[in-house]
Design a binder for this molecule. Structure first.
Ligand code: AMP
Ligand code: GLY
Length: 420
């Protein structure tokens, strides 16, 4: 069996490492991959967004399955194109990936099917948006670009002047291009955040173990949002009782709604939840595995991932039992100096070996390049140091102890993942 993984971050590295544990012993190739992934899979220089290039690669390499991990190729219909060519693919179609690619679509879906979420209005005119915010006069207020925006399309405005700046940069300066032509203005809600990834086959939904993402760049949850500076699993706020409520009010209704809309969701659906005093609400949907959530969820998966992927594609998810390790996992991201703003690349990373870890630790590569046998930094998020242990506290201790061995110029990380 031969599998092509599309993507090249820490999430893809975690998925590949899990696939390598499969009893089917699949051969894994990856495009574009990264320095660390190259130690686990043959990598090809095809961009994750190059749909025709990826279809060609899948055919040339005669793969049995393509796993499309990142948001952009899903939103652009890579799975549809692969299916047209008769190639099995894991991931939602373009129509189903709208649940992430358009916040307006997602919010309207939730409204239509009574799925709990923050109140909102949609605007395609900056003047009307500003007048609405002025008339409401409630701060903070949440402003979201409709389309994909590298995870940076959400602005929490504390004042009218911040709202004005946000709206003009999204809608007039178009800092995220057409993604900002329409915006959602949302009620600000509060509570602990939970990430739940779920396997879906269009009809059945099977949630994975929960996790918590630490999105802000600095300790104490301050500074700008990033793609995620670290994660823990399980999420301490996500009790069995809350999980049951989420299944009844959010997960199952979402999968039913997508099927009813003629966009059955097959793949991994990511529920970004907030546990408010009013009950759990959806903050966002993603049409893919989260990063760095995958890095703490996959190590806890006991069932063969290849069997689950096949069950999803063949719409037989109801026939499979998915088992999880009862312990915990923690991931701490090591980032380039300056990230999430400007940063330099090409720094030599010291303290890594090719086997990538120590007892209980796995180093997932997010942004590295292998050059003359040395690992160099190549992106904002560079490595995800992940540990598994019976409890989150122990996992954190092991992960942080391992970080002491690794260094590169400008390296920074949060010292309080799982603690605040
Ligand atoms: P997103 O990119 O949609 O995950 O949003 C980024 C972050 O913004 C979330 O993790 C929340 O912390 C915050 N956020 C998004 N929507 C709201 C909201 N309606 N109220 C309060 N915070 C929000
Ligand atoms: N960690 C958040 C995301 O993957 O969107």
């Amino acid at each position: 069996m031969k599998i092509l993984m599309v993507g090249g971050g820490g999430r893809e590295h975690a998925l590949i490492k899990k696939l390598k544990e499969s009893r089917y012993a699949p051969e894994i190739i990856c495009a574009p991959g990264n320095g660390g992934i190259a130690c686990d899979a043959r990598c090809f220089d095809v961009s994750a967004e190059d749909i025709s290039g990826m279809v060609k690669l899948a055919k040339r390499e005669n793969v049995d399955l393509v796993f499309v991990a990142p948001d952009n190729p899903l939103a652009d219909g890579m799975v549809d194109e692969l299916e047209v060519e008769g190639i099995r693919a894991f991931g939602p179609t373009k129509a189903a990936a709208q649940i992430e690619a358009s916040k307006v679509f997602a919010k309207n879906l939730m409204k239509k099917y009574g799925i709990p979420t923050a109140g909102y209005e949609v605007f395609d005119n900056p003047q009307a948006a500003l007048e609405y915010i002025k008339s409401k006069n409630e701060f903070p207020t949440v402003i979201k670009a409709d389309g994909l925006a590298f995870g940076k399309g959400v602005i929490i405005a504390q004042s009218m002047s911040e709202a004005e700046t946000a709206i003009s940069s999204l809608m007039e300066d178009k800092i995220f291009g057409e993604s900002g032509s329409r915006i959602v203005i949302e009620q600000y809600i509060t509570g602990p955040e939970v990430s739940v990834l779920a396997f879906c086959d269009g009809k059945t939904v099977k949630p994975m173990v929960s996790s918590m993402d630490f999105k802000r760049v600095f300790d104490g949850n301050i500074g700008p949002n990033t793609g995620g500076m670290g994660t823990i699993s399980p999420n301490p706020y996500y009790t069995d009782e809350i999980a049951e409520i989420c299944m009844e009010k959010i997960f199952a209704p979402t999968v039913r709604a997508m099927a009813e809309e003629g966009r059955p969701f097959k793949g991994c659906l990511y529920f970004g939840l907030m546990l408010t005093d009013d009950g759990p609400k959806v903050i966002e949907y993603n049409s893919r595995f989260g990063d760095p959530e995958t890095q703490v969820v996959m190590p806890r998966l006991k069932t063969d991932l290849v069997d689950i992927i096949n069950a999803v594609i063949d719409e037989k998810l109801d026939e499979i039992d998915i088992e999880w390790d009862n312990g915990a996992a923690a991931c701490v991201v090591l980032a380039s100096g300056g990230y999430p703003g400007k940063f330099e690349k090409g720094m030599i990373i010291k303290g890594l070996d090719k086997s990538g870890g120590a007892e209980g630790v796995t180093v997932y590569h997010a942004g590295t390049k292998l050059s003359d046998g040395r690992f160099l930094t190549s992106s904002g998020r560079v490595l995800g140091i992940t540990a598994t242990a019976p409890t989150v506290d122990e996992a954190l201790e092991i992960a942080y102890a391992h970080i002491g061995k690794i260094s590169f110029n400008g390296m920074h990380f949060r010292t309080d993942i799982g603690k605040c």
